[in-house]
Each structure stands twice: as structure tokens, then as C-alpha cells.
Design a protein around this ligand. Structure first.
Ligand code: NDP
Ligand code: 8X3
Length: 251
């Protein structure tokens, strides 16, 4: 029987690649995000490529009521979530702290930190009841060191790092695994969102081969297919051209 994975932020990038990869590898997937039409496209693609079942939940992770209603709406046979991938997230803006835009800060904090918490708060109690489950939090190399103008984004990802460590301790006696996956630069919609649709500024992947969503999806698949007694706690994955968020070589 397939296991069930709920993936937040499945309309694009890492989350989308993860949904496809997991569905091709014995998972039924609950795909979530705000852009409903993209979730419907993804459902079609998954069904054409695999035998994994798909269920769509359409919500904004920043809205606590929407999160609760969406997860409460799951039909009985979708309720036993084995794997939660807390992936939805974003960077908005790249400014020195004294020039930062407060609305950008709030979007990042509300999505990357509070959204992750709201979803986890709804899903984790069900895992505890079953004494089984695995939570994957998508952090970042930006959660391991701060870089110039990255202040608040780096802060949210450092928070994900700390929350993941705390979660793992709290979940220990319930036999629930908690893993952080911390990617470096992955070519997705991430930069377009960060630079608010400015394609020129968003072209930060010139002169080197970045990571792609599938690279991170493969790592997630590896992590969730380890034997019961093995938990990968923390993984940092960068492009070969990167040492961390700060050091990168170009051709
Ligand atoms: P994308 O922009 O391609 O995807 C982001 C996903 O998050 C989309 O599916 C988007 O869906 C979803 N999302 C954003 N805000 C919300 C919200 N309020 N409610 C629900 N879903 C939301 O970027 P990535 O795939 O690159 O990013 C995925 C994660 O990986 C993020 O947490 C990011 O911080 C992290 N990361 C990315 C790196 C990179 O270089 N790309 C490196 C390290 C970490 P929709 O807009 O439809 O709601
Ligand atoms: C995304 C990677 O280095 O742009 O989290 O912050 S970075």
C-alpha cells in the first residue's frame, strides 16, 4: 500500500518536483498551494506519469483558519499522513536592514515561520496518535549563515533550523522523525519572487550550474525511504560551484 505525503508549496520548484518524484515512488500525494490551476495541472501530470493518487488542498499557509479547514476537510482515506514536507516559502526583496520593506519582512516571517508552524500543528497530532510519521522542513543554506541584504530571509531560515531541532526533540518519544533539508541555490521561481517579477535581476543562475528542484526531490526521497531505525537529521545540499550561501565560483 502506498504511503501518504502532504507537500506544501507544490505548485512550483522544489515542492512540485517532490510531488512528482514521490508519486513515482509509492506515495499518494496531497498537493497544496495557493494557485489552484497549477495544482490541477500538476495532478494531471502526476496521473500521466505514475500510479500515485493525488488529492488537492488549496490554501494559504499564512492563514491559520484556511490551514485548519483544509486539513480537516481531508477524506477519511487521506487522513493518515505519513510524511509532511513543509516546503512552502519565499524570499521577498534583498535590502540592507535600514532600507528593508516591512511588508516584505512580514510576508517572509508569516510564510516561512508561521505557515510552517500552522501546518505542523495540524498534522503532527495525527502522527502522534499513530506513533508514526516523518516531518521534513525545507530550510536553506541561508539558515546556516547570514549574507549581506539577506537579513530577514536568513532569519526565517535560521528559525526553521532551530524549530526543526526543537521539533525533533519533542517528537522523539512519539517515534516521529524530523529532518531538515537545507538547499543552496536552486533554479525555481524563487528568484523571480524575491525580485518581484524582475527577470533581469532574477537571473542569478548565470555562469554556473545551479541545483534543480529534482535534485532536492531526490534527496527527500532518499530521506523518507531509510529503514525505520534511521533518521537523517540535517542535510545541506549545494551546487558543486557553491561552498555555502556566500562563496560561489562562476565559469
Ligand atoms: P518557488 O517559488 O518555485 O516555490 C515556492 C512554493 O511555495 C510555491 O509552490 C508557492 O505556491 C508556495 N507558497 C509560497 N507562499 C505560499 C503561501 N503563502 N501559502 C501557500 N503556499 C505558498 O520556490 P522554491 O521551490 O525554490 O522554494 C521552496 C522552498 O525552498 C522555500 O521554502 C524556499 O525558501 C526554499 N529554498 C529555496 C532555495 C532556492 O534557491 N530556490 C534554496 C533554499 C531553500 P503558491 O504561490 O501557488 O502559493
Ligand atoms: C535560497 C538560497 O542563498 O538565495 O534559500 O538564500 S539563497
Amino acid at each position: 500500500m502506498n504511503r501518504i505525503a502532504l507537500i506544501t508549496g507544490a505548485t512550483s520548484g522544489i515542492g512540485r518536483a517532490t510531488a512528482v518524484t514521490m508519486a513515482q515512488n509509492n506515495f499518494d500525494v496531497i498537493i497544496t498551494g495557493r494557485r489552484k490551476e497549477l495544482l490541477e495541472d500538476l495532478e494531471k501530470e502526476i496521473k500521466s506519469k505514475s500510479s500515485g493518487k493525488v488529492h488537492i488542498l488549496h490554501f494559504d499557509v499564512r492563514n491559520k483558519d484556511e490551514v485548519e479547514k483544509a486539513i480537516d476537510s481531508l477524506p477519511q482515506d487521506w487522513q493518515n499522513i505519513d510524511v509532511l514536507v513543509n516546503n512552502a516559502g519565499l524570499a521577498v526583496g534583498l535590502n540592507h536592514i535600514h532600507e528593508g520593506i516591512i511588508d516584505d519582512w512580514e510576508r517572509m516571517i508569516d510564510t516561512n515561520v508561521k505557515g510552517l508552524l500552522y501546518v505542523t500543528r495540524k498534522v503532527a497530532p495525527r502522527m502522534i496518535e499513530k506513533k508514526h510519521g516523518h516531518i521534513i522542513n525545507i530550510g536553506s543554506t541561508a539558515g546556516k549563515e547570514a549574507y549581506e541584504k539577506g537579513n530577514v530571509y536568513c532569519g526565517t531560515k535560521h528559525a526553521v533550523d532551530a524549530i526543526t531541532k526543537g521539533m525533533r526533540i519533542d517528537m522523539l518519544k512519539h517515534k516521529i522523525k524530523v529532518t531538515a533539508i537545507n538547499p543552496g541555490m536552486v533554479e525555481t521561481e524563487f528568484s523571480l519572487v524575491r525580485f518581484k517579477g524582475d527577470k533581469e535581476k532574477a537571473d542569478v543562475y548565470k555562469g554556473f550550474t545551479p541545483l534543480y528542484g529534482k535534485d532536492i526531490a531526490d534527496a527527500i526521497l532518499y530521506v523518507v525511504t531509510r529503514p525505520e531505525h534511521v533518521c537523517i537529521n540535517d542535510m545541506i545540499i549545494t551546487a558543486t560551484a557553491q561552498a555555502n550561501s556566500i562563496y560561489k565560483v562562476t565559469d
